[in-house]
Structures are given as structure tokens and as C-alpha cells.
Design a protein around this ligand. Structure first.
Ligand SMILES: Nc1ncnc2c1ncn2[C@@H]1O[C@H](COP(=O)(O)OP(=O)(O)OP(=O)(O)O)[C@@H](O)[C@H]1O
Ligand SMILES: [Zn+2]
Length: 674
């Protein structure tokens, strides 16, 4: 094991404490949802007053529609009988009658009234009785005066005008001039963006394999006619598959930038709106636009939103989604190869894609964009540190080593956080410490002070973490301990970090079993020292159970079940089992065996952890004490404590840790073999 002095950067978190709800699978740290960098700049919004204009105008229009005009308010409406009896009583002073028999008028006391004649034929009888009473009569043609008509139509005209205006404005903002249906959807945000990105492959660090695969697209877009001449079919659709934040959008933009063609981007979810038919129309618009600008690239992010084979009940109607998808398929089938349009898509849920999308002539190529490996992480860090001032001597490979499981977006975020940290301290130079703090923040959320813990809780956490650390140090296959801390970080009350000597792709049975023992080591320590467990182990338990379940169900590591794998669909990058994966179609009997086997593996692991810790009770107590005193201990201290314990017994020759103990040798004979 090598630990570089006090630089905390060289540590990788491969195991987190019980108290930490975001459990870890294998060596991949689980990030507590670091805020992702926005993938693209937010579409420019119209000035604030313009944004308010539409709702305000609509409100005015509705008001005009429904609120009666003032003179109707003071007009009493009379029944015809009432009206004639008032005429007979001589209470009516004047009336205005139109051709259709609508009567308005004034009573002697000044009140205005209105009424309707039963039929226009009554007119002669009425006029004579009115004349008899000396009522002033005005006749009017039926058509209301022009301004009345205008007033009646004004609200509608207003609404129409505004809709027209807003859809024009939205189009202008889009720059694409995409003709538009669905004014409401449009005015909400830019749906189709067309631009010429300046991003180049050089801006995408690492991923040489991916670049090579998409390189052909660049070539095709540069000279589509060459392909046509040779009768060769160029690429049509490529779907990039990978976890969030791995730079799929960035890569797509780089393809467009490298080929120097327009880039039209849209997200799958933006297609599928509330109204049936809108999505399909948008797809049509999109392809029409791409044709106009060909050669060009269409990029559809989150394509699973419309090309998913599972239905999300209660959400957007299935009809709409299907229509949109069908339109997309039709467009992809329809376009002429020589036009030079390539559709790139991205998803992080490849398993949920509709198979129809993946058929030849559509997205028939899949490019996996995995989480970056260590050297790629270094390269990504370098890209993002390029225009920042790093303290001389900072080794980004150390940071890269300490960040397995980080995506490109996480790393970009880390560098930015470090810069923010420096600014907070009024510095312009980023130090190694800034980077470490930023890493922890990205990883675990904001660090809190440990004062929040009660003294007895602190003791419990110290014991618990010591348990993890000692078991990790004592198990042959486990990764060495890098750091133990009882400083609460994020939601975790304490953390034990392990640093793998190399990045792992393959996990041996021995490693997995050790992993289980280490995960259960915290609880084992609590059981030994306090005689009882605590709620603090919940996260360890669920993490361990997940690992054990995968060992049984996916990896064929259970003798009782034998070599059967109900494996996950995409093991290439998904480090963890999803519930979906674990809920496979096997019989109830098998389920029972699975449950039993999981319990057996966990039971064995706990027993091993307890045995190990019992054998090293002195070291356990010592380490817990040290932790309470100093809060954070380097991994070296853990082996030192073990060495001292061995020394007390008089057998130590300075080697200290029992990491080289052959597995299966009775752990309580630890002193004997050193
Ligand atoms: N290989 C890389 N080199 C440099 N920067 C990267 C790389 N990968 C990711 N990034 C950074 O991460 C940011 C987010 O990446 P991007 O939005 O392309 O990821 P994504 O895979 O499309 O994510 P999602 O699946 O969530 O849409 C980028 O803007 C960039 O700053
Ligand atoms: Zn724990």
C-alpha cells in the first residue's frame, strides 16, 4: 500500500459506512447526486415583459368575453307580459325595436329595460298600442352597429393575434424557422435548436474508441455525394448508450462540429406532449428542417422517452407516444441516403428501447459510451482544468485515481467546485485541498461538522467505522483502507474508504466474499462492543444484500443454485443491480432457494467479520479510541494499530497488517503466521 503523505486526493471511496444511505456496489462510489452541469445553454428567453404579455393579454380577453358590458348591468330585462302591462299602465316613455323583435327602452322613472317580442308579427299590434299611450318609438335594423360587432369579436381577435405573434416570436428565437403547430408548446421553450457547434473531437477527452466509431459519420457528412456515387450506404442512425453525464451530447456536438454541419438537437420528452399529433408534427418539422440544411445532424437526447417499449401509466397517452414514434420511423425509413442526414440519439436505458427503433436502416448502430476509466478521467480533468489556475505540482492522476465511477459531468463539476472553493477563500489558485474538498462534496454532499452527534453516537460511529476498517485490512482480497473518518459527510455519519490497487472489471468470488464481510464489519463491531446492533447498519445491510443477490442470481456463485444466471441485461456499464434485474422470471421454489442462499452468504460473511474482530478486539478498541480523538485517520494508521496489537503480543516484526494471511487460515491465529 502506498499513501502519499497527507494529500487526501489519492483515496478512493469504495465502501461507505452504515450510516450512509447511498450504498456502494463493489468499488464504484455512489454519488449523492452531484448537480449535473447543464448539458446545453438554456434557450434565450424573451425579455421579462414579453413573457408576461401573453398571460396578461389572455386574461384581459377572457375578462372582456365574460364580463357583461356596463349598460347591460343597469338594464332590467322584462318579460313580454310585464312589458305590455307597463305599456298599458303608461309607464313606458320610449322604446327602440329592431327587425328581429328585440326591444330596449326607458321607463317613466328612467330605468332602462329590454325585452323580446314573441314573434315579429306582433309588431303592428304593439306599435298601435304604443302609439295609443304616446310612447316614443324608434325602429332599428337588426344588424347591430359595426362597433358592437367589433366589441363582441375583440376578445377572440386578441387571442388569435397573440397566438400568431407568439408562434412567430418562438420561431425567430429558434433561428430554425420551423413552421409550427402547437403555439402553446412552442412558446414554452425552444424545442428544436439548430446551430453550428464549434466543439471538436479534441474537446472530448478520452473515448478514442467511440470517436473512431462515430468518425465514419463525420466522413459521410463531409462528402455524402461520394457515398452516393459509389452506391455505398452511409450511416443513418446511431444510438449512443451510456450512463448519464458521460458526454453523449458533447460527442454528438463534436461530430457536427468536426463535420462542420448544422446540428439540430431535441430531447425525446419534448416530442411527447399532451396533445395527440403534436409530437408527430414536430418530428415532421424536425426532419423537414434537417433536409433543408442537409448535410446535417439530428440529435435526439433521451430517445427512450418516445422509443420506449414500456408504457408509463398515468403519464402521457400511449397513442401520442406511438404516433410520434411511428412518425420518426417513417421519416428515418423515408429519407434518401444521399441527402446526408444522420440521426444521433442518446439513451441511458438501452434495454427499454423499442426494438422497432433498432432495426436495420434505423438506429442500427449502437455505440457504448461507458464511464471514463482512470486515464480518461485524467484527460477529462485536464480539459476542464485547462483555463483554471492549478497550484503547481498538482497531479491530476491522483484525483483521477480517487474518482472511480465519476462521469465526465461529475469531473467537470468537481473542477468547478474546487474553483469555487478557492474563490471562497479569496484565492485564484486551486490547491490540492480544494480538489479534495470538491471531490468529497460531489461525492457525499456538503460536509457538516461532527458536533451534531451526541457523544455516545460518536462512540458508536467510531466503533462501527473501526469495524469496517479492520475487516478490510484483515481480509486477503479486500482493497486496502485509505481513510476512516467519523466526520459526517452528506447523509453519512462516518465513512471508511478503500482504495483499490487497480481498477477492477472482474470480481473474484474471494473478493466478493470479502466485500460482504467488510460491509458487515461495521455491524459486527457494534455487536461485539455493545452486544447489540443499531439502525446505523441499514445501508450496509442493503448494500451487502444486493451484492449477495447478484452473486447468487447472476454470477452463479451459489452451489445450491448451481451455474444459473438470471443476469442483468446490460452488465457492461451498469455497476449495480436494478430491482428490475433482480425480479426475474424464476419459479417460486427457485426464489426460496435464492432467498436462502442470500441469507447464507450474508450470515457467513457476518460470522467471518465477527470472528476477525473478536480476534483483534484490542485493535478494535484502540482504533475506535483514536478515531474519536482525531476524527479522521489515514489508512496507514489502521495497519499501524494492527501492528502494535501484534507487537503487544510480542510477535510483531513491523509488517503489521494481516492482509497477507491466507484466506481460510483461522483468523484468531493471526499472530502465529506473521
Ligand atoms: N469526455 C469528456 N471530455 C470533456 N468533458 C466531458 C466529457 N464527458 C463529459 N464531459 C463534461 O460533462 C458535461 C455533460 O456531458 P453531456 O451532457 O454530454 O453528458 P450526457 O451523456 O449527454 O448526459 P445525459 O445522458 O444526462 O444527457 C459536458 O458538458 C462536459 O463538460
Ligand atoms: Zn457501515
Amino acid at each position: 500500500m502506498s499513501f502519499e503523505g497527507r494529500s487526501d486526493c489519492g483515496h478512493q471511496l469504495s465502501l461507505r459506512s452504515v450510516h450512509d444511505p447511498g450504498g456502494l456496489q463493489f468499488s464504484a462510489p455512489v454519488k449523492s447526486g452531484p448537480p449535473k452541469e447543464p448539458p446545453k445553454p438554456a434557450p434565450p428567453l424573451p425579455p421579462r415583459w414579453q413573457r408576461w404579455l401573453l398571460p396578461i393579454a389572455l386574461a384581459v380577453a377572457v375578462f372582456l368575453l365574460f364580463v357583461p358590458s356596463p349598460d347591460t348591468k343597469t338594464t332590467t330585462s322584462l318579460s313580454y307580459t310585464d312589458f305590455t302591462s307597463r305599456v298599458a299602465d303608461g309607464k313606458v316613455s320610449s322604446v327602440t325595436i329592431d327587425e328581429l323583435g328585440a326591444v330596449t327602452g326607458k321607463l317613466e322613472d328612467g330605468t332602462r329595460f329590454s325585452t323580446q317580442l314573441p314573434t315579429a308579427l306582433d309588431m303592428t299590434a304593439l306599435t298601435s298600442s304604443l302609439q295609443a299611450k304616446d310612447v316614443e318609438i324608434t325602429a332599428e335594423s337588426a344588424g347591430a352597429p359595426w362597433w358592437t360587432a367589433l366589441l363582441a369579436w375583440l376578445p377572440l381577435l386578441l387571442i388569435l393575434g397573440l397566438l400568431l405573434w407568439s408562434s412567430r416570436a418562438a420561431q425567430k428565437a429558434m433561428g430554425a424557422g420551423v413552421g409550427g403547430i402547437g403555439g402553446f408548446g412552442r412558446s414554452k421553450a425552444k424545442i428544436i435548436e439548430a446551430e453550428r457547434p464549434t466543439t471538436r473531437f479534441d474537446d472530448v477527452a478520452g473515448y478514442d474508441g467511440v470517436k473512431q466509431e462515430v468518425g465514419e459519420i463525420v466522413d459521410f457528412l463531409r462528402r455524402p455525394e461520394r457515398y452516393a456515387e459509389a452506391g455505398a450506404k452511409g450511416p443513418r442512425g446511431v444510438v449512443m448508450v451510456g450512463p448519464p453525464g458521460t458526454g453523449k451530447t458533447l460527442m454528438a456536438r463534436a461530430v457536427a462540429g468536426q463535420a462542420e454541419v448544422p446540428f439540430l438537437s431535441v430531447t425525446g420528452s419534448a416530442f411527447v406532449e399532451m396533445f395527440v399529433g403534436v409530437g408527430a408534427a414536430r418530428v415532421r418539422d424536425l426532419f423537414a428542417e434537417a433536409r433543408k440544411r442537409a448535410p446535417s445532424i439530428i440529435f435526439i437526447d433521451e430517445i427512450d422517452a418516445l422509443g420506449s417499449r414500456t408504457v408509463s401509466p398515468g403519464r402521457i397517452g400511449n397513442d401520442e407516444r406511438e404516433q410520434t414514434l411511428n412518425q420518426l420511423l417513417a421519416e428515418m425509413d423515408g429519407f434518401d441516403q444521399s441527402t446526408g442526414i444522420v440521426v444521433l440519439a442518446a439513451t441511458n436505458r438501452p434495454a427499454s428501447l423499442d426494438p422497432a427503433l433498432l432495426r436495420p436502416g434505423r438506429f442500427d448502430r449502437q455505440v457504448v459510451v461507458p464511464l471514463p476509466n482512470q486515464s480518461e478521467r485524467t484527460a477529462i480533468l485536464e480539459v476542464h482544468a485547462k483555463n483554471k489556475h492549478l497550484e503547481p505540482g498538482i497531479d491530476l492522476t491522483v484525483v483521477a485515481r480517487a474518482t472511480p465511477g465519476f462521469s465526465g459531468a461529475d469531473l467537470a463539476n468537481l473542477v468547478n467546485e474546487a474553483a469555487i472553493n478557492a474563490v471562497r477563500d479569496d484565492r485564484s489558485v486551486i490547491t490540492a485541498e480544494d480538489l479534495d474538498t470538491a471531490r468529497n462534496r460531489v461525492l457525499l454532499g456538503r460536509r457538516e461538522t461532527s458536533n451534531a452527534l451526541l457523544p455516545e453516537e460518536r462512540h458508536a460511529v467510531a466503533v462501527h467505522e473501526s469495524g469496517h476498517a479492520l475487516v478490510a485490512q484483515l481480509c486477503e482480497h479486500a482493497d486496502p483502507v485509505a481513510k476512516v473518518t467519523i466526520l459526517p459527510a452528506g447523509m453519512a455519519l462516518g465513512v471508511t474508504e478503500q482504495l483499490p490497487e487497480a481498477e477492477r472489471r472482474l470480481y473474484s468470488e474471494g473478493y466478493l466474499n470479502d466485500l460482504l464481510a467488510v460491509r458487515l464489519g461495521g455491524r459486527a463491531a457494534e455487536l461485539i462492543v455493545f452486544g447489540e446492533g443499531s439502525s446505523g447498519a441499514a445501508n450496509d445491510l442493503s448494500g451487502a444484500t444486493q451484492i449477495a443477490a447478484r452473486m447468487v442470481v447472476e454470477f452463479g456463485l451459489s452451489p445450491a443454485l448451481g451455474p444459473i444466471g438470471y443476469g442483468s441485461e446490460s452488465p457492461q456499464y451498469l455497476g449495480q443491480a436494478t430491482e428490475e434485474n433482480l425480479r426475474r422470471a424464476y419459479s417460486e421454489q427457485t426464489q426460496r432457494v435464492v432467498d436462502r442462499e442470500i441469507a447464507r452468504l450474508l450470515g457467513q460473511a457476518e460470522e467471518r467479520a465477527i470472528t476477525l474482530l473478536r480476534a483483534h478486539r484490542t485493535a478494535l478498541d484502540h482504533l475506535a479510541r483514536l478515531l474519536q480523538e482525531r476524527e479522521t485517520l489515514d489508512g496507514a494508521v489502521v495497519s499501524q494499530v494492527l501492528a502494535e496489537e501484534a507487537g503487544d503480543i510480542g510477535r510483531s516484526n513491523g509488517r503489521g497488517s494481516g492482509r497477507n494471511a491466507p484466506l481460510g487460515s483461522a483468523p484468531d491465529k493471526f499472530e502465529a503466521w506473521d
